[in-house]
Design a protein around this ligand. Structure first.
Ligand code: 23J
Ligand code: MN
Length: 263
Protein backbone atom coordinates (compact mmCIF):
# COMPACT_ATOMS: atom_id res chain seq x y z
CA UNK A 1 0.00 0.00 0.00
CA UNK A 2 1.40 3.42 -0.91
CA UNK A 3 1.37 6.27 1.59
CA UNK A 4 -1.66 8.02 0.11
CA UNK A 5 -3.72 4.82 0.26
CA UNK A 6 -2.70 4.36 3.87
CA UNK A 7 -4.32 7.63 4.92
CA UNK A 8 -7.27 7.15 2.57
CA UNK A 9 -7.98 3.89 4.37
CA UNK A 10 -7.83 5.59 7.75
CA UNK A 11 -10.15 8.32 6.46
CA UNK A 12 -12.76 5.86 5.20
CA UNK A 13 -12.48 3.82 8.38
CA UNK A 14 -13.16 6.98 10.40
CA UNK A 15 -16.14 7.85 8.20
CA UNK A 16 -17.59 4.32 8.41
CA UNK A 17 -17.07 4.08 12.17
CA UNK A 18 -14.67 1.14 11.86
CA UNK A 19 -12.24 3.45 13.65
CA UNK A 20 -13.88 5.20 16.58
CA UNK A 21 -12.86 8.40 18.31
CA UNK A 22 -12.94 8.19 22.11
CA UNK A 23 -12.95 11.42 24.11
CA UNK A 24 -10.33 11.22 26.87
CA UNK A 25 -10.97 14.73 28.22
CA UNK A 26 -13.08 15.88 31.13
CA UNK A 27 -15.36 18.92 30.91
CA UNK A 28 -13.55 22.23 31.48
CA UNK A 29 -15.41 24.77 33.62
CA UNK A 30 -15.81 26.30 37.09
CA UNK A 31 -16.48 22.82 38.52
CA UNK A 32 -13.21 21.34 37.16
CA UNK A 33 -10.99 20.19 40.07
CA UNK A 34 -7.75 22.19 40.42
CA UNK A 35 -4.60 21.08 42.26
CA UNK A 36 -4.18 22.50 45.79
CA UNK A 37 -0.50 22.77 46.68
CA UNK A 38 0.60 22.58 50.34
CA UNK A 39 0.49 25.91 52.17
CA UNK A 40 4.26 26.46 51.93
CA UNK A 41 3.60 27.34 48.29
CA UNK A 42 1.68 30.60 48.51
CA UNK A 43 0.37 30.70 44.95
CA UNK A 44 -2.06 28.24 43.41
CA UNK A 45 -3.57 27.97 39.96
CA UNK A 46 -7.01 29.63 39.75
CA UNK A 47 -10.30 27.85 39.25
CA UNK A 48 -11.62 28.05 35.69
CA UNK A 49 -13.75 31.11 34.96
CA UNK A 50 -15.90 31.53 31.87
CA UNK A 51 -17.00 35.14 31.34
CA UNK A 52 -19.56 36.00 28.73
CA UNK A 53 -18.65 38.77 26.29
CA UNK A 54 -21.96 38.56 24.49
CA UNK A 55 -24.70 36.13 23.55
CA UNK A 56 -26.91 37.71 20.85
CA UNK A 57 -27.60 40.69 23.10
CA UNK A 58 -26.78 44.41 23.38
CA UNK A 59 -23.05 43.54 23.65
CA UNK A 60 -23.12 41.49 20.45
CA UNK A 61 -26.44 41.10 18.66
CA UNK A 62 -25.35 38.38 16.23
CA UNK A 63 -22.75 36.46 18.17
CA UNK A 64 -21.84 34.58 21.34
CA UNK A 65 -18.33 34.47 22.79
CA UNK A 66 -16.57 34.18 26.13
CA UNK A 67 -13.25 35.00 27.72
CA UNK A 68 -11.57 32.63 30.15
CA UNK A 69 -9.47 32.45 33.28
CA UNK A 70 -7.48 29.24 32.89
CA UNK A 71 -4.28 27.87 34.40
CA UNK A 72 -2.01 25.90 32.09
CA UNK A 73 -2.24 22.87 34.40
CA UNK A 74 -6.02 22.65 34.60
CA UNK A 75 -8.40 19.82 33.81
CA UNK A 76 -7.29 17.22 31.27
CA UNK A 77 -3.90 18.65 30.42
CA UNK A 78 -0.41 18.18 29.01
CA UNK A 79 2.77 18.64 31.08
CA UNK A 80 5.67 19.93 28.98
CA UNK A 81 9.27 19.33 30.09
CA UNK A 82 9.82 22.99 31.03
CA UNK A 83 7.12 22.55 33.72
CA UNK A 84 9.74 20.97 35.97
CA UNK A 85 13.17 22.23 37.02
CA UNK A 86 14.74 18.99 35.77
CA UNK A 87 13.44 19.74 32.24
CA UNK A 88 14.16 23.46 32.22
CA UNK A 89 17.02 23.44 29.68
CA UNK A 90 15.33 21.73 26.73
CA UNK A 91 14.78 24.23 23.90
CA UNK A 92 12.10 21.89 22.54
CA UNK A 93 10.49 21.47 25.97
CA UNK A 94 7.81 24.19 25.76
CA UNK A 95 4.26 23.93 24.43
CA UNK A 96 5.27 26.00 21.39
CA UNK A 97 8.52 24.16 20.63
CA UNK A 98 7.69 20.46 21.09
CA UNK A 99 7.84 18.78 17.64
CA UNK A 100 4.20 18.20 16.54
CA UNK A 101 5.08 14.63 15.56
CA UNK A 102 5.10 13.91 19.30
CA UNK A 103 1.41 14.78 19.65
CA UNK A 104 0.22 11.47 18.19
CA UNK A 105 1.53 8.08 19.30
CA UNK A 106 0.47 4.51 20.19
CA UNK A 107 -1.14 4.10 23.60
CA UNK A 108 -0.68 1.45 26.29
CA UNK A 109 -3.40 1.37 28.97
CA UNK A 110 -2.52 -0.40 32.20
CA UNK A 111 -5.68 -1.31 34.08
CA UNK A 112 -5.25 -0.60 37.80
CA UNK A 113 -8.93 0.07 38.45
CA UNK A 114 -9.42 -2.85 40.83
CA UNK A 115 -6.35 -1.92 42.92
CA UNK A 116 -7.30 1.78 42.98
CA UNK A 117 -10.85 0.94 44.06
CA UNK A 118 -9.61 -0.89 47.15
CA UNK A 119 -6.59 1.36 47.87
CA UNK A 120 -6.62 5.09 47.02
CA UNK A 121 -2.85 5.18 47.65
CA UNK A 122 -2.15 2.36 45.17
CA UNK A 123 1.25 2.63 43.45
CA UNK A 124 2.02 1.01 40.11
CA UNK A 125 5.42 -0.68 40.27
CA UNK A 126 7.85 -1.69 37.50
CA UNK A 127 7.21 -5.32 38.40
CA UNK A 128 3.48 -4.88 37.82
CA UNK A 129 4.20 -3.20 34.45
CA UNK A 130 6.35 -6.18 33.47
CA UNK A 131 3.52 -8.58 34.40
CA UNK A 132 1.19 -6.47 32.23
CA UNK A 133 3.68 -6.70 29.33
CA UNK A 134 3.87 -10.49 29.72
CA UNK A 135 0.06 -10.59 29.21
CA UNK A 136 -0.49 -7.77 26.72
CA UNK A 137 2.79 -7.36 24.87
CA UNK A 138 5.84 -5.18 25.18
CA UNK A 139 5.80 -1.41 25.60
CA UNK A 140 7.87 0.16 22.81
CA UNK A 141 9.92 3.31 22.38
CA UNK A 142 7.89 6.37 21.42
CA UNK A 143 4.64 5.08 22.93
CA UNK A 144 2.45 6.55 25.66
CA UNK A 145 1.72 4.62 28.86
CA UNK A 146 -1.30 5.60 30.94
CA UNK A 147 -2.66 4.22 34.18
CA UNK A 148 -6.36 3.39 34.22
CA UNK A 149 -7.82 3.85 37.72
CA UNK A 150 -11.39 4.97 36.92
CA UNK A 151 -10.48 8.06 38.98
CA UNK A 152 -12.21 10.22 36.34
CA UNK A 153 -15.52 8.96 37.76
CA UNK A 154 -14.75 11.18 40.79
CA UNK A 155 -14.04 14.32 38.73
CA UNK A 156 -17.57 15.69 39.22
CA UNK A 157 -16.67 16.25 42.91
CA UNK A 158 -13.39 18.04 43.72
CA UNK A 159 -13.34 16.68 47.30
CA UNK A 160 -13.59 13.09 46.04
CA UNK A 161 -11.11 13.73 43.23
CA UNK A 162 -8.38 15.36 45.38
CA UNK A 163 -9.17 13.03 48.30
CA UNK A 164 -7.26 15.08 50.90
CA UNK A 165 -7.08 14.59 54.65
CA UNK A 166 -4.74 15.75 57.44
CA UNK A 167 -2.08 13.32 56.12
CA UNK A 168 -2.14 14.77 52.59
CA UNK A 169 -3.64 13.66 49.29
CA UNK A 170 -4.70 10.11 48.49
CA UNK A 171 -4.77 9.15 44.83
CA UNK A 172 -2.85 6.52 42.86
CA UNK A 173 0.25 6.95 40.74
CA UNK A 174 3.57 5.38 39.75
CA UNK A 175 6.55 4.35 41.87
CA UNK A 176 10.05 5.67 41.16
CA UNK A 177 11.07 2.30 39.69
CA UNK A 178 8.00 2.30 37.43
CA UNK A 179 9.00 5.63 35.86
CA UNK A 180 12.64 4.53 35.60
CA UNK A 181 11.54 1.33 33.88
CA UNK A 182 9.32 3.17 31.39
CA UNK A 183 12.09 5.65 30.60
CA UNK A 184 14.36 2.68 29.93
CA UNK A 185 11.77 1.53 27.38
CA UNK A 186 11.93 4.95 25.70
CA UNK A 187 8.27 5.91 26.21
CA UNK A 188 7.19 9.37 25.07
CA UNK A 189 5.24 10.05 28.24
CA UNK A 190 3.17 8.92 31.17
CA UNK A 191 -0.47 9.71 31.92
CA UNK A 192 -2.93 9.46 34.79
CA UNK A 193 -6.62 10.00 35.44
CA UNK A 194 -5.73 11.87 38.64
CA UNK A 195 -5.06 15.58 39.25
CA UNK A 196 -1.32 14.96 38.88
CA UNK A 197 0.82 12.50 36.94
CA UNK A 198 2.31 11.57 40.32
CA UNK A 199 0.58 9.83 43.23
CA UNK A 200 -0.82 11.85 46.13
CA UNK A 201 1.96 10.37 48.27
CA UNK A 202 4.76 11.13 45.78
CA UNK A 203 6.34 14.05 47.65
CA UNK A 204 7.88 11.53 50.10
CA UNK A 205 9.40 9.38 47.33
CA UNK A 206 13.09 9.49 46.41
CA UNK A 207 13.33 11.43 44.17
CA UNK A 208 10.07 13.23 45.03
CA UNK A 209 7.38 13.35 42.33
CA UNK A 210 9.14 10.89 39.97
CA UNK A 211 6.67 11.28 37.10
CA UNK A 212 7.54 14.97 37.02
CA UNK A 213 11.19 14.84 38.15
CA UNK A 214 12.32 11.93 35.96
CA UNK A 215 10.02 12.16 32.91
CA UNK A 216 10.73 15.85 32.38
CA UNK A 217 14.47 15.36 33.06
CA UNK A 218 14.34 13.03 30.03
CA UNK A 219 12.41 15.58 27.88
CA UNK A 220 9.30 13.40 28.09
CA UNK A 221 5.71 14.45 28.68
CA UNK A 222 2.88 14.00 31.15
CA UNK A 223 -0.90 13.85 30.92
CA UNK A 224 -3.15 14.47 33.91
CA UNK A 225 -6.90 14.23 34.60
CA UNK A 226 -7.47 11.88 31.65
CA UNK A 227 -11.00 10.46 31.35
CA UNK A 228 -12.69 7.40 29.88
CA UNK A 229 -9.66 5.13 29.89
CA UNK A 230 -12.13 2.33 30.72
CA UNK A 231 -13.29 2.58 27.09
CA UNK A 232 -9.88 1.70 25.67
CA UNK A 233 -8.13 -1.56 24.80
CA UNK A 234 -4.89 -2.35 26.66
CA UNK A 235 -3.02 -1.94 23.37
CA UNK A 236 -3.78 -0.79 19.87
CA UNK A 237 -5.25 2.70 20.36
CA UNK A 238 -3.60 5.84 19.00
CA UNK A 239 -3.51 8.86 21.30
CA UNK A 240 -3.79 12.42 20.00
CA UNK A 241 -2.75 14.84 22.75
CA UNK A 242 -1.70 18.30 21.54
CA UNK A 243 -1.28 21.28 23.86
CA UNK A 244 -2.23 24.81 22.79
CA UNK A 245 0.75 26.58 21.23
CA UNK A 246 1.17 28.85 24.26
CA UNK A 247 4.33 30.97 23.92
CA UNK A 248 6.96 29.53 26.29
CA UNK A 249 4.14 27.48 27.83
CA UNK A 250 4.73 24.78 30.45
CA UNK A 251 1.54 22.88 29.74
CA UNK A 252 -1.98 23.27 28.44
CA UNK A 253 -5.48 21.93 28.72
CA UNK A 254 -6.07 19.51 25.83
CA UNK A 255 -8.85 17.67 24.09
CA UNK A 256 -7.23 14.24 24.37
CA UNK A 257 -8.57 11.80 21.75
CA UNK A 258 -8.01 8.10 21.18
CA UNK A 259 -8.50 6.35 17.84
CA UNK A 260 -9.69 2.81 18.43
CA UNK A 261 -10.57 0.05 15.97
CA UNK A 262 -14.17 -0.99 16.61
CA UNK A 263 -14.39 -4.37 18.33
C1 23J B 1 2.66 22.39 40.09
C2 23J B 1 3.34 21.97 41.21
C3 23J B 1 3.31 20.65 41.58
C4 23J B 1 2.59 19.74 40.82
C5 23J B 1 1.89 20.15 39.67
C6 23J B 1 1.93 21.48 39.32
C7 23J B 1 1.13 19.18 38.85
O1 23J B 1 0.79 18.12 39.26
C8 23J B 1 0.85 19.47 37.44
O2 23J B 1 -0.27 19.82 37.06
O3 23J B 1 1.78 19.33 36.63
S1 23J B 1 2.52 18.07 41.28
MN1 MN C 1 0.43 19.59 34.99
Amino acid sequence: MNNAALLAELGSNLLSGAVQVIDLSGRLGPETPVLKLPEDFAKNSPKVEIHKISEYDEDGPYFAWNWLVLGEHTGTHFDAPHHWITGRDYDDGYTDTIPPKNFIAPLNVIDCSAEAASDADFLLSAERVQEWEAEQGEINAGEWVVMRTDWHKRAHDETLFLNMDQDGSHYPGPTVDCIEYLLGKGVIGWGSECISTDAGSADTMQPPLPAHTLMHAANRYGLASLANLDQLPAKGALLIAAPLKIANGTGSPIRALALVARA
